[in-house]
Design a binder for this molecule. Structure first.
Ligand SMILES: *Cc1c(COP(=O)(O)O)cnc(C)c1O
Length: 385
């Protein structure tokens, strides 16, 4: 929800830009932290969702760790001051250089996604007389019931080690002198809104934890990943129900006294705290379609083009007016998928109206590109307003 003061301020800034509501971010982080703490759960923030400095500083201040999926993210996490004991490194394709840098930085743990990767980490650690802490990312074959492009925990997905490879994985762990097994890791997908999915995940985690313990391993860390969704249709109903989310794990995971439960939330923490603010360049009324052409496109926010994602679109120059017209809201980029919404009900709109594309805090600014030689997208926070 924007105040008149916000909107007056926006009209003085050059569009397009991301606007961050840092108060809302802080409230969301505090709600998550308190809900996790009541169960002694640990949260690592999945940095790929948003690595804007303003956002990272707030997240670090709350006390979350960092879940990274590239060497660049590991470096960034350390540079902004996350403790190295709170940095984990996941990803299906870690390069030798990325592994070496992470070893030299003594990060907390590698979440390992293939048998070959285990061998490589062991070799690279041995060459440096290091012991690499590893958690095994297991593909549990649990359907996340989310969009196919953001499902990661099914047999056909590239992520994690499949259940039939567990005996080979255990043998490799036992024969690798420079690996220290600390636990098991899962991440089954993103924008999960059906919490029952997590009950299925808990059952699988319990089975795999028991399997490893039966084979002589101590499973210290149960890392259940992230994926909690947000309500894109109600951006003003902004804080996800972290209490209900964590309660599922408290109820269904079998946690031993020496075990820690780790989470890797991204979208749920940052999704609602930003909007992309853009301006109407042109209005084209055709026979079949009315188009609004914005000065922002898929180069600033790629989710609609990438996976037909829905974002609520508001004409914030005419908040009091009735939605009377349906527009296809498109960007300036030379791609037909450069469209933020089709048949979007809006008040009659005019050149220079300000448009807010809501719930753009996660996988928004971080996916911005220079395609068409577009300028780097800017960002502001309410604290500067
Ligand atoms: C992307 C990712 C996450 C975070 O997912 P969200 O849906 O943003 O919560 C967590 N863990 C891993 C390994 C990831 O790749």
């Amino acid at each position: 929800m924007f105040s008149d003061k916000d909107i007056a301020h926006f009209s003085k800034l050059e569009t397009p830009f991301y606007y961050y509501d840092l108060n809302l971010l802080e409230q969301t982080l505090n709600a998550c932290y308190a809900a996790a703490k009541s169960h002694q759960f640990h949260v690592h923030y999945a940095m790929k969702a948003n690595f804007n400095d303003m956002v990272l500083n707030k997240i670090k201040a709350v006390g979350f760790g960092a879940d990274c999926v590239s060497g660049g993210e590991v470096d960034k996490a350390l540079a902004v001051g996350f403790a190295k004991e709170q940095v984990v490194f996941a990803g299906v394709g870690k390069s030798d250089k990325e592994i070496i840098d992470a070893l030299e930085n003594d990060i907390f743990c590698f979440n390992v996604e293939s048998l070959q990767e285990l061998e490589v980490i062991n070799e690279l650690a041995a060459a440096r007389q290091k012991i690499a802490k590893v958690a095994i990312r297991i593909n549990p074959n649990v359907d996340a019931h989310t969009h196919a492009n953001i499902t990661t925990g099914l047999d056909e997905n590239k992520f994690g080690i499949n259940s039939w490879d567990m005996p080979a994985c255990a043998a490799l762990l036992k024969s690798s002198a420079n690996l220290e097994f600390i636990g098991i890791h899962f991440h089954i997908g993103s924008q999960i809104t059906n919490l029952d999915v997590y009950k299925n995940l808990c059952n699988r985690v319990n089975e795999f934890a028991a399997w490893f313990e039966d084979h002589g391993f101590t499973v210290k860390v149960l890392n259940v990943g992230g994926g909690l969704g947000i309500d894109y249709h109600n951006p003003n109903q902004q804080i996800p129900d972290f209490t209900a989310y964590f309660k599922i794990f408290a109820d269904f995971l079998e946690v031993k006294p020496y075990q820690e439960v780790h989470f890797e939330l991204g979208r749920a923490l940052v999704g609602q705290c930003a909007s992309l603010i853009t301006k109407v360049l042109y209005v084209k009324n055709g026979k079949k379609k009315n188009f609004i052409v914005l000065d922002a496109g898929m180069t600033e926010l790629m989710r609609p083009a990438l996976y037909q994602a829905y974002h609520l679109i508001e004409n914030i120059s005419r908040l009091a007016a009735q939605a009377s017209t349906k527009y296809d809201v498109v960007g300036p980029i030379c791609e037909s998928t450069d469209c933020f919404g089709k048949e979007v009900p809006l008040p009659e709109s005019f050149r220079n109206d300000l448009i807010a594309i809501r719930s753009a805090g996660a996988y928004g600014e971080v996916m911005a590109s220079h395609y068409n030689l577009r300028e780097q997208v800017r960002s502001y926070s309410g604290e500067e307003a």
